[in-house]
Ligand binder design. Sequence first.
Ligand code: SF4
Length: 225
Amino acid sequence: MPENPAKARRDELVAMYHEVHECRKCPLGSVRANAVFGMGNADADLMFVGEAPGAEEDRQGKPFVGRAGKLLDELLAEIGMERRRDAWICNILKCRPPGNRDPQPEEIEACKPYLMRQVQLIEPRVICTLGNFATKLLTGSSTGITRVRGRPQEREVAGLPVTLYPLFHPAAALRTPAVLEQLRQDFVGIPELVRRERHEADEPDLAMAGTPGPPDLSQLDLFAG
Ligand code: SF4
């Protein structure tokens, strides 16, 4: 165990951030403007995983900064959460597919190790998969988002036990008011889910209460917007 696990984790995330920005493991590395590593609180219990960067994300190098990102922030605010403080937000692919086409299997294969490493380092208790693509990949099931949305699933991701919470993608909610309403309803369940998972995971560690905690990674400037 490293002397300062939080610092070791931060250092590894920073190293991976630079690696992703140099990455050419798939053809998308040659057509992107910017790689989009992820942003938020590297110590969060909650992670959101989308599909791939869009045009605005590609331009800014940050995830969910277009209209869908604005909606995500609004929905988080409605449940008393804020992306920089309470969540880590990223995508399956770190580079934008041209014209926002679907990710190709070989691109997912090449990029997936980055997501898995992010999960191992950040150790979220709850992962919200946004949309069909992320949901099918992380649940390992072909069942579509309409049937599984809003239902927590206990799964193993990157070797860690996590609760997956499939949600509609905010971009789909922008197109269809009924989807937005369902997404809003599902968001209401997030705080209790995180509280429950945090409580269950922390129970054996109550004896540690009162000991100095790790440095606060919530404002890891490199990743926050
Ligand atoms: S999409 Fe992933 S694997 Fe492909 S170049 Fe970008 S970072 Fe590398």
